[in-house]
Write a protein that binds this ligand. Structure first.
Ligand code: ZN
Length: 112
């Protein structure tokens, strides 16, 4: 299994849920890296996480980074300070910090 993590960019100073990232678990056996990423994006898209989601900002860039970090283990939510703004927003708006899409089809939300 491989986990692909997509992180949000707060384009125009707003965010959509989940605040920090969506992590998609893909059974990548027999798939090329590009094929596995396509599977991951397709599954993220079903919950509204799309590479070109609005709002877009010409100075801040795309809403979701199209760079996927890869992990062999379920990625954790760390308490790094650069994430504190996202955490504060998530707390205020009661939205999940992170969303995990497991290969078996189940979803797991981490609340702030
Ligand atoms: Zn901007």
């Amino acid at each position: 299994m491989t986990w692909y993590v997509y992180r949000q960019n707060n384009s125009q100073g707003v965010f959509t849920k989940p605040a920090l990232f969506v992590a998609v678990e893909v059974n990548a056996t027999g798939l090329s890296a590009e094929e596995a990423k396509a599977v991951a994006w397709a599954r993220a898209g079903k919950v509204g996480v799309e590479p070109y989601a609005k709002p877009y900002c010409p100075c801040c860039g795309e809403r979701w980074s199209d760079y996927a970090s890869e992990y062999k283990e379920r990625p954790a939510v760390y308490s790094e300070s650069y994430e504190s703004t996202y955490r504060d927003w998530a707390k205020q708006d009661k939205v999940p910090l992170a969303l995990y899409l497991h290969a078996d089809g189940t979803k797991e939300e981490v609340m702030p």
